[in-house]
Design a protein around this ligand. Structure first.
Ligand code: FAD
Length: 461
């Protein structure tokens, strides 16, 4: 590190990738400056992503569960919604975490500069400060963690009744009718929240399937459980036009004569990387369609400038950004480090949850790879039956030759909490015997992972 520079490591972006990198670099003894253009640390995840959405999904799950209990003789009555209080709960959850980050930065002597950074050379940025003015900063090494932004669909009008995930999380209203454009994780999570709050929700997805990439048998469970929840789920359907009218946003789908009118339209059709917004060319860093290409150490083509998180590629997930942040900080400090995660789990925190990791059955078939598939339907799990979740499914994939686990997927309550065991098993090179012989607590939903492995071994309890 150059003693003349303002810092050893300059981190641009205070999201999960950026704050993890900054804190790790500081823990390794580096002088760190963290530049964040927003008022709070935490990035998309804490402010307008993972955390507020999960606060609202928790409320949605409890609401739905309360309704379901009526079948078992417990009646709570129809829920009423106080949006102001719900917003306060959500905002409080976010604030607790973002305040915690500010505290953690202070403890580590990470200097946080509020403003928007742009490269002016290979060792320099200019920061347009949040409170006005600019500040020039020099660095020995930099870690770019600038994240991603929601894609705006060109056919949608510029109208307050058309929102992206950030707008939807502000809970402007509970619309009578909501259209969610995009049947991926974010779209389905927000559809779940608004439906629980009382909106009539339609979902439209351009691709032939919801949650593209997830095995159909799991999505089928989800779709069946959600048939009552949504008015229409249109897959393989394209929005061709949308007009702002006094009655709402009139949306037309390809092949449909009549437009449908909605009080709120949520566009959740993907996110694009922020790599092109930083003037990286001034530092000589190459871009690939807005993404910043990096090697296993998270170094760009300019070796002292590293990049991590959403702005380097898919999957755009917080836990991937955190992991890459640690690798980048260690590499920048001269340690041996590399990003070689065998698997990155994905979770849709809907009702029920769907979680998957590693190879899917569909991808294995497409690649002509020999795998053995072990399934454990939750109809045979005591805990699932007691919890009213007998519709769930746990599936494990083993390599046809080595019998090692190569993938897994779960649909049902708490699937996201359970998929970590499957990720660990893959990272550790476990086989069906390792998992089947591991004693799982009874009666739990997690037990279904051990039972699926036993099913794969041809054993049953
Ligand atoms: P970001 O979190 O996007 O942070 C980048 C930061 O850089 C931002 O704070 C931005 O203001 C700042 N920045 C950008 N340019 C500059 C600049 N020039 N100068 C200074 N600062 C700059 N992921 C999960 O793993 N689990 C979930 O449950 C989940 N739920 C989600 C729900 C929603 C609604 C959304 C939208 C996303 C969700 N994600 C989830 C994705 C997750 O939020 C992202 O993958 C994660 O935030 C990426 O972290 P990051 O550090 O790469 O970037």
């Amino acid at each position: 590190p150059s003693a003349d520079a303002d810092c050893d490591v300059l981190v641009i972006g205070g999201g999960p990738g950026g704050y993890s990198a900054a804190f790790r670099a500081a823990d390794l003894g580096q002088r760190v400056i963290l530049v964040e253009r927003d008022a709070t640390l935490g990035g998309v995840c804490l402010n307008v992503g993972c955390i507020p959405s999960k606060a609202l999904l928790h409320v949605a799950a409890v609401t739905e569960e309360a309704v379901r209990l009526a079948a078992h003789g417990i009646h709570f009555g129809a829920p009423t919604v106080d949006l102001d209080k719900l917003r306060t709960f959500k905002t409080g959850t976010v604030r607790r975490l973002t305040d915690g980050l500010t505290q953690m930065a202070r403890q580590r002597k990470v200097e946080v500069v509020r403003g928007s950074a742009r490269f002016t050379g290979p060792h320099a940025v200019s920061v347009a400060l949040h409170d006005g003015g600019t500040r020039d900063l020099t660095f020995a090494g930099a870690i770019v963690a600038a994240g991603s932004s929601p894609v705006a669909l060109p056919m949608l009008p510029d109208d307050p009744r058309v929102v992206n995930s950030t707008g939807a999380l502000e809970l402007p209203v509970v619309p009578r009718r909501l259209l969610v454009i995009g049947g991926g994780i974010i779209g389905l999570e927000m559809a779940t929240v608004y439906s629980a709050l009382g909106a009539r929700v339609d979902v439209v997805e351009r691709l032939p399937n919801l949650l593209e990439g997830v095995d159909r048998d799991l999505v089928a469970v989800w779709t069946k459980r959600n048939a009552h929840r949504f008015d229409r789920i249109c897959t393989g359907a394209e929005v061709t036009a949308a007009d702002a009218t006094p009655d709402g946003i009139a949306v037309r789908l390809a092949g449909e004569a009549a437009a449908q009118t909605y009080d709120l339209v949520l566009q959740a059709a993907g996110r694009s990387p922020n790599g092109a917004t930083l003037g990286l060319d001034a530092a000589g860093v190459a871009l690939d369609g807005g993404f910043v290409p990096v090697d296993a150490q998270m170094r760009t083509n300019v070796p002292h400038i590293l990049a991590i998180g959403d702005c380097v590629g898919q999957p755009m997930l917080a836990h991937k950004a955190v992991h890459q942040g640690h690798v980048a900080a260690e590499a920048a400090a001269g340690h041996k480090a590399g990003f070689d995660a065998a698997v990155i789990p994905s979770v849709a925190y809907t009702d029920p949850e769907i979680a998957w990791v590693g190879l899917t059955e569909t991808a294995a078939k497409a690649a002509g790879r020999s795998v053995e598939v072990a399934r454990f339907p939750w109809a045979a799990s005591g805990r699932a039956i007691a919890n009213g979740a007998d519709y769930g499914l746990t599936k494990l994939l083993f390599d046809g030759k080595t019998k090692r686990i190569v993938g897994g997927a779960i649909v049902g309550p708490s699937a996201g909490d359970m998929i970590g065991e499957v990720a660990l098993a893959i990272e550790m090179g476990a086989d069906a015997t390792d998992i089947g012989r591991t004693i799982h607590p009874h009666p739990t939903l997690g037990e279904t992972i051990g039972l699926a492995a036993e099913a794969g071994l041809g054993l049953c309890t």
